[in-house]
Ligand binder design. Structure first.
Ligand SMILES: Nc1ncnc2c1ncn2[C@@H]1O[C@H](COP(=O)(O)OP(=O)(O)O)[C@@H](O)[C@H]1O
Ligand SMILES: [Mg+2]
Length: 233
């Protein structure tokens, strides 16, 4: 049997499952007719983007809508991991025209939930999100799915998320509790605003029940360091 690592719904983590349901409900009301492409990002690594993206996608799939979760974090792919499955090809190959979309999509990883994984640790991937191909891919997905969730790299590591936000209907900004400086948050927000993104809202993640941070996550002092740390993982 497949082992799911990030998915909280069948675990003893009812408070997290409940928080994700609240997010689903809030987005349901916020998004009106435009709830097609929702991008999830944050300021720095490990704030919980992939966790929130996977669980949000799953919670909407459970409600009966057809959902696809797209791993746009080609530098540090995570989506297949979350569901304990393997993928041979992913988004990068489709963007480079080496594979067809349908050849890489993993169907029904959960009921109503498909995955478009990323597999390679590509360099110079930002340029891939600039071309016509990504628009083509998203247009194709919009025909088939009620919701497309984009899991992206952090804003301080690459411009990918800001770039991709121009194709999204809205952005969920994840903030790891006690993990980021105010100036990092503001600069992330500024990047998104500059791109014209519609920020649906902020999810404060990793808040323990007693209100303290759940983990011991250090701050780094420069973007360069973020990227260094990021690539090591
Ligand atoms: N709400 C949460 N509760 C417990 N663990 C979490 C939570 N959110 C994230 N994590 C854990 O923190 C780590 C980083 O999360 P991840 O979603 O990969 O972050 P990101 O995609 O922002 O880099 C993972 O090990 C994940 O399981
Ligand atoms: Mg991630």
């Amino acid at each position: 049997m497949r082992r799911r690592k990030l998915v909280f719904f069948d675990r003893d983590k009812e408070h997290i499952a409940e928080a994700i349901r609240i997010l689903r409900t809030n987005l349901y009301f916020t998004e009106s007719k435009d709830r097609k492409v929702v991008l999830v990002t944050s300021s720095i690594p490990k704030e919980g983007k992939s966790t929130i993206a996977a669980n949000y996608a799953l919670s909407v799939a459970i409600s009966g809508e057809k959902v696809i979760l797209v791993d746009c974090d080609i530098r540090r792919p995570r989506v297949v991991d979350s569901f304990g499955i393997k993928a041979n090809y992913g988004l990068e190959e489709v963007l480079r025209g080496k594979k067809n979309l349908e050849d890489v999509i993993l169907h029904n990883v959960e009921r109503n939930l498909d995955l478009l994984p990323a597999t390679s640790f590509g360099e110079n991937v930002t340029e891939l999100f600039l071309g016509k191909k990504i628009v083509e891919i998203l247009d194709g997905l919009k025909e088939k799915y009620n919701l497309i969730v984009l899991d992206t790299p952090p804003l301080t590591v690459a411009t990918d998320a800001a770039l991709l936000s121009t194709y999204a209907d809205g952005v969920v900004y994840v903030v790891g509790y006690d993990m980021v400086f105010k100036k990092e948050l503001l600069s992330g927000k500024k990047l998104l605003e500059k791109a014209g993104a519609n920020i649906y809202g902020v999810v404060v993640n990793k808040v323990s029940i007693n209100g303290y941070s759940m983990g011991n996550y250090g701050h780094y002092s420069s973007n360069y360091k973020y990227y260094d740390e990021y690539k090591k993982r």
